[in-house]
Design a protein around this ligand. Structure first.
Ligand code: GLV
Ligand code: MN
Ligand code: MN
Length: 396
């Protein structure tokens, strides 16, 4: 008998969890994430679902009762996390999907269409830098020729990491007629509305941009302040500029990752590489925000006699989820339909032309990408019921 939601959630709780922070380190193709992959496969087999894999490490488990035919209904999410992330971002959509299959079976529902539970790899881009890597490859939004050479911080290439994991050669999306991803909310909209479940209208366009600042390494004591070419100074001013420009424009800008060389206390650094995460309401606002930050940074680099090169590493366009599908799902239950500033595999599938919708489960503090991310069990169970209702509506 397959486990229920709470039992499955308990199974996952220790996997990849840091004893010091309580957060999760489930980077793609590492021991922790592979343990989740094995767990997922076992859960699917216990339910008699047919597990298919593609060559990029993505997996879909099919519930295909005799007679089920026509375009499939796909649900699911991802099992990887950001560095020191929360438990819910990703796994909630996978575990609720398995639990929703159980609920439908308990209700005696037999889908007329195949129902798939999918897991896409490297959604967070925390290892190889490209967000939604697995779904981008599955949809063809990113070419393998480009993705295979991306490297992690230790220099391991995607193709070498993938060579170590179980793969197949399925085209997982070939029969997919629609996709519904359930996700923990990453804001407080549902809290403010006092509802446990909502649906998504759209995703803000967003991107990650590498800022390479270069200067001159020199002695921290003997180099006069006015003689320095200090890339750390240009970087620091750029962080302030990004924050100011985003505030002025009503958008979002974050420097959350920085790499300093040689990273010594008593030397002016030779180089600083930092990554800007920028998000905006429209593509035009995003372009303008990036241009403003880069302009101020280049002006500062001129004053500091440092160099700056900006390289886009992962850019995701605006997504508007399928309005008919979303209405059909949300209206009968009165679920609010709200936008999000976070990226999702659902955005990639939507951009690829697959009618797509998302469900959100309330997050009491709105905190996400942090060990403090949370959802109450009762709300997760409401999510299971919501997803089961949704799948029943779409697949029968
Ligand atoms: C994905 O979680 C993102 O960075 O928006
Ligand atoms: Mn996610
Ligand atoms: Mn995330």
């Amino acid at each position: 008998m397959p486990a229920d939601f709470e039992a499955m959630w308990r199974d996952l709780a220790p996997v990849g969890r840091s004893a010091s922070s309580g957060g999760y380190f489930r980077q793609p193709f590492t021991t922790a994430e592979r343990e989740l992959d094995v767990w997922f496969t076992e859960q699917c087999k216990a339910r008699g679902l047919e597990v298919e894999r593609d060559r990029f490490g993505n997996t879909v488990a099919w519930w295909r009762p005799a007679g089920a035919a026509g375009p499939a209904v796909l649900t699911g999410s991802h099992l990887d996390s950001v560095l020191d992330g929360g438990a819910y971002d990703g796994p909630l959509g996978v575990v609720t999907a398995l639990a929703a299959v159980d609920v439908l079976r308990d209700r005696g529902v037999t889908p007329a269409r195949p129902v798939g539970v999918g897991v896409f790899v490297e959604e967070e881009g925390s290892r190889f830098g490209l967000a939604c890597l697995g779904s981008r490859l599955a949809t063809g939004a990113t070419d393998w020729a480009i993705a295979r050479t991306l490297t992690d911080r230790a220099g391991v290439a995607v193709e070498d990491a993938l060579a170590e994991v179980a793969r197949g050669d399925a085209d997982l999306l070939r029969d997919v007629g629609c996709f519904v991803e359930l996700h923990v909310e990453q804001g407080r909209d549902l809290v403010d509305r006092d509802v446990a479940v909502g649906a998504a209208s759209a995703i803000w366009p967003h991107g990650r941009y590498r800022f390479d600042f270069t200067g001159e390494a020199n002695h921290a004591g003997t180099t006069r302040m006015e003689d320095r070419r200090d890339p750390m100074l240009t970087y620091a001013m750029t962080v302030l500029a990004a924050n100011e420009q985003a505030r002025l424009a009503g958008q979002r800008a974050t420097f959350g990752r920085v790499d300093v060389r040689p990273n010594g206390t008593n030397a002016v650094p030779s180089a600083v590489t930092a990554w800007l995460d920028a998000r905006a309401e429209t593509p035009e606002h995003l372009d303008a925000l990036l241009a403003d930050v880069e302009r101020v940074a280049q002006e500062r680099a001129g004053l500091d006699r440092t160099g700056l090169v900006v390289t886009p590493e992962s850019v995701s366009g605006a997504v508007h989820f399928d309005a008919d599908l979303t209405r059909r799902i949300a209206e009968p239950h009165g679920w609010p339909v709200i936008p999000t500033m976070a990226g999702h595999d659902a955005g990639v599938l939507s951009a690829a032309g697959i009618p797509t919708a998302m469900l959100f489960v309330r997050n009491p503090t709105g905190v996400s990408h942090s060990p403090d991310e949370h959802a109450e069990t009762a709300d997760c169970l409401a999510g299971v019921e919501a997803l089961a209702d949704t799948l029943a509506g779409l697949a029968t």
